[in-house]
Design a protein around this ligand. Structure first.
Ligand code: PFF
Ligand code: NA
Length: 476
């Protein structure tokens, strides 16, 4: 008897899940900061061009390939190519690396949410500063590991309930909630005195340097590499996630339209997240007399030091905004994490099916989460490089913590190489028509010439430039 493969209950549910996978920590701390540092609107323009000519094309390709084969990333590459099967292994590995730090950061979000909740309930006189709190948290590896376990347990509960019963249900509620909370935080942020300085940091070209927020304007190549890397990570590409989600999608749905919506929504939320956090961080820094070049506007510090100080300065109401904000970030993190975890779950379930067995989803989900947890323990006890457990070279900016190290392996290497190879494979080995045939099942408009040119030339050249820029930044 043939068992039917699981599927999304509706196209809207699929969209919520795919947008949920895209919208994550990358939108909140990566995009706004890189935008401000690298030229404001100019960066947004470079990012948008890359998103249209590379991101959208790779998104549509991944969804199409997954749906065509009805298999996760590994199975899809096995079914479609002879020369590039090994890309499947990259996709299998990346989720472990990214989830290793995602779970630790998700755990910190739970801690901060609980903290703000207790401040709200029990009063918040004599609160520690964001810096003191974060330092205390980093130097407490047991806490980090415990809360990472809690974060993974939440993900496990969702993944074990399946595609429509778990992932889709969570995102159907989570995404609209996240959006509303984001609007609440934006309103609060923009009404703080000094907020305009933050907006200028983000949008006015050159202002970040002029006003002293950052030291110098990065080179064009490094802007390109930064925008390209950010775009891939942000859209959840080249990690098998979109192939996997596509493999559960009904044949009749329009993949071209879906891809455009996902790319647009992710970029919109990244911009909105910037408007929510940067003005608040800058306003608070100015109010407390912090020199502009010392306000941290990116990375874990933005989330766990700078913004916590913003909420602290607002007293009891601030604690409430803190709860809302860290819950928002937590939802964004979970909806991304469950996509990554699903890549590996689907791999094992596909394999069981090929051997004629029906895989046990709860059991597989548990084992995948457990393996990820092992990586999280390493990231957690390293405390972003502050505990000295691992001997990171003190001088090298590129890997001075376990987080940076696993990020370099996944986001820095596996992703751009995987994307480059995938575009060469589609453009030159299996030919663009294979993907176009699948796209045209639900889409009747014109896309062929555009798709062919992008996948054969523009995407690989773009990826090569991104890689070149990353290698260049790596050695300078
Ligand atoms: N897109 C997520 C972010 O912007 O934080 C990260 C991510 C999630 C990457 C899922 C890859 C993935 F499969
Ligand atoms: Na994103």
């Amino acid at each position: 008897m043939e068992t039917k493969r699981a599927s999304w209950a509706s196209n809207l549910g699929f969209l919520m899940a795919a947008i949920g996978s895209a919208v994550g920590l990358g939108n909140i701390w990566g995009f706004p900061y890189k935008m401000g540092k690298s030229g404001g609107f100019a960066y947004l323009a470079v990012y948008a061009l890359l998103a249209i000519f590379v991101g959208f094309i790779v998104m549509a390709s991944e969804l199409a390939m997954g749906r065509k084969t009805g298999q996760g990333a590994m199975g899809t590459y096995h079914a479609l190519t002879k020369k590039f099967r090994w890309i499947g292994w990259l996709a299998l590995f990346s989720p472990f690396a990214v989830m290793g730090f995602y779970a630790v950061l998700g755990g910190y979000c739970i801690e901060y949410m609980a903290l703000n909740l207790s401040n709200f309930a029990f009063g918040s006189e004599s609160l520690a500063t964001g810096g003191e709190l974060f330092a205390a948290m980093l130097s407490n590896p047991a806490g980090a590991v415990l809360f990472a376990a809690l974060f993974l347990a939440l993900c496990y509960l969702i993944n074990r309930s399946g595609i429509s019963g778990g992932i889709e249900k969570f995102n159907n509620v989570g995404m609209p909630t996240l959006f509303v909370m984001l609007v609440v935080i934006i309103i609060r942020s923009l009404t703080l005195p000094g907020a305009m300085e933050g907006l200028k940091f983000m949008f006015v070209p050159g202002y970040a340097v002029e006003a002293g927020f950052v030291a110098e304007t990065p080179s064009l190549l490094s802007v390109f590499a930064s925008a390209g890397g950010q775009m891939f990570f942000s859209l959840s590409l080249a990690m098998g996630a979109m192939i996997t989600y596509g493999s559960y999608l009904n044949q009749k749905e329009d993949l071209v339209k879906n891809s455009a919506i996902i790319v647009f929504a992710d970029t919109l939320v990244a911009t909105m997240a910037g408007i929510a956090v940067i003005p608040a961080a800058v306003a608070n820094g100015i109010a407390s007399g912090t020199p502009l070049d010392q306000i941290k506007l990116g990375g874990p510090n933005l989330l766990f030091v700078t913004l916590q100080d913003v909420f602290r300065a607002m007293g009891t109401a601030g604690a409430l905004f803190g709860v809302i904000f860290y819950l928002l970030v937590l939802i964004a993190a979970i909806s991304s994490a469950i996509a990554l975890i699903e890549v590996d779950i689907t791999y094992f379930l596909d394999r069981a099916e090929q051997k004629g067995r029906k895989g046990n989803r709860p059991k597989v989900a548990f084992l995948v989460c457990l393996a990820i947890f092992a990586v999280s323990v390493l990231v957690g006890i390293d405390g972003l490089g502050t505990t000295g457990v691992f001997p990171w070279p003190a001088t090298a900016g590129w890997n001075d913590s376990m987080l940076d190290f696993v990020d370099m392996l996944s986001e820095g290497l596996a992703m751009p190489i995987g994307a480059l190879m995938m575009s060469i494979m589609v453009g030159w080995e299996i030919r663009p028509q294979t993907v176009l045939d699948e796209l045209h099942i639900g889409y009747t408009g014109r896309i062929d010439t555009f798709y062919r040119i992008c996948i054969k030339y523009i995407t690989p050249i773009g990826m090569l430039l991104v890689l070149a820029g990353q290698v260049n930044d790596f050695f300078s």
